[in-house]
Design a protein around this ligand. Structure first.
Ligand code: ZN
Ligand code: ZN
Length: 177
């Protein structure tokens, strides 16, 4: 896997939606907003996602806006067997009411009509990251003795374990000669 340089990350500003036009409507008005961000987005200090794709339905409620939808995303992860960097793709189920507020709350719509999806996507991403991540289904993992990545080849530990028996056999074979 290629590590992406941090300079290529998009700022989480791309997750700010201007919802002024929905706020101007009455309760019940809804609009589907596609989200299509193939580039890596630094959602928060601890969450970077790429291929953020999906459709969000924004519905005007009496208190604010209900955000619902499903988003696919890919994030960097560590293989549970060999510890190499790999990527994992999963779905975020999003459902949250953003209220009009001047409080310092992540799920609010500011006076400027801006709804910031970043805190919601961060939270859902942390909750939904798969626990068992493998770089490939048949990952061989690390040698418990020496830590060698067995996908890259066998280490001497395995050979040493087998050696005594094979040595005896080899000796016998040599005696046959
Ligand atoms: Zn692996
Ligand atoms: Zn080993």
């Amino acid at each position: 896997m290629h590590a992406k340089s941090s300079s290529k990350y998009l700022n989480s500003r791309v997750l700010k939606l201007n919802v002024g036009f929905i706020m101007a409507e009455g309760a019940g008005f809804s609009r589907d907003v596609p989200l299509e961000i193939p580039e890596p987005v630094r959602v928060a200090d601890d969450v970077t996602l790429e291929n953020l794709l999906g459709m969000l339905r924004l519905t005007r409620t009496s208190e604010g806006i209900l955000v619902q939808g499903q988003l696919e995303c890919t994030s960097l992860a560590e293989c549970g067997r060999c510890l190499n960097n790999t990527t994992v793709t999963y779905t975020l189920e999003v459902e949250e009411i953003f209220e009009i507020s001047y409080r310092d709350d992540p799920f609010v719509i500011g006076e400027d009509g801006i709804l910031d999806l970043a805190p919601l996507i961060r939270e859902e991403s942390i909750l939904n990251t798969p626990q068992q991540v493998l770089c490939r289904p048949d990952c061989q993992g690390l040698c418990p003795e020496c830590g060698q990545n067995l996908n890259e080849g066998q280490c001497d530990c395995v050979a040493n374990d087998i050696d005594p028996r094979w040595t005896v056999l080899a000796d016998l074979l040599h005696k046959e000669d």
